[in-house]
Design a protein around this ligand. Sequence first.
Ligand code: V47
Length: 357
Amino acid sequence: MFSEIERKIINGERLNRQEALFLFKSEDLHRIGELAEEVSKKINQNRVYFIVNRHINPTNICVNRCRFCAFSRSKGEPDAYEMSIDEIIKNLREAKQSLDYLSEVHIVSGLHPDWQFEHYLDIIQQIKKEFPSIGVKAFTAVEVDYFSRISGLSIEETLIRLKEAGVDIMPGGGAEIFNSDVRAKICPEKISGERWLEIIKTAHSLGIKTNATMLYGHVESYEDRVDHLLRLRELQDETGGFIAFIPLSYQPENTQIKVPYPSGIDDLKTIAISRLVLDNIPHIKAYWIMLGEKLAQLALLFGADCLEGTVIEEKIAHAAGARSKKGNTIEELVYLIKEVGKIPVERDSFYNIKRTF
Ligand code: V47
């Protein structure tokens, strides 16, 4: 089957479910990687993107206590926190100062039992008022569903309000693995995979671009991963609204799902197969925070074309044992990219090129 798969990839033909599954079961990581690299070069030439950004998590208090999540807390727990809007602005000012400027803020929050939708809107409005030129990547489909429930607004109306407040693009979190049996084991309180896809579809129909993620390396099977990728590919055929796909390598510490970290082999294979299956999503991110800097660097030769960004302060993966730094400098990201013989490209939220190194 491998030679037929190779033929299809070289001719730009689409892989089917069986073929994608075959690749996950294959041990020929080198050849899978080589093929993914060829596809990546066709789409993004020799460029590798990164962004000068800061992650902000306004609160870790969350009514969904997903079993894979080591970050969330219930109200009243000693290390539960809530950031004020002033603190958020102060963090962004400091990031801007230390990096000279900031292109984007990435905001993912907990589902706070007391905060109103207006408060989340206020966070975005105040950020936009203070930093009008910064791209705002904010709130996953899971949060949008929650905002709609607490406000009584439809999903469409909720998204319109977010867009008006200043949301430019939505991050891809909360997708996990779409299969409902897996979701019942890892995040029983979370919205279904179908609901996640429906909300993202609505966002795309309103002109809001989004990312997509897949959390792998816990209790899911290769079949579940392939199913997840195919459902994303199908939606992308309809809407064209996904900009980037980010495979999230499971970090098991302090979580309720105790399994070993995914191996480096599994990480690289998952990146490469994502590039090969998602022929209609332009960018594949190697999220260095979860992969570690060195494996993320190698992933750039296995189909990935983006390293996310400077991040500054990562909390979700580090609560679960991520061994990377919490943030990076532009110089280090440029170094990682140059060392694999690729061209470092600083981008904005929509992958417009700001600077080439
Ligand atoms: O949705 C939670 C995941 C996500 C763990 O869109 C975990 O550009 C691994 O979505 N091990 C949030 N992953 C992060 C995210 C993201 C990150 C960077 C860029 C973008 C983007 C999106 O983190 C959650 C969940 O799937 N997560 N716990 C864990 N233990």
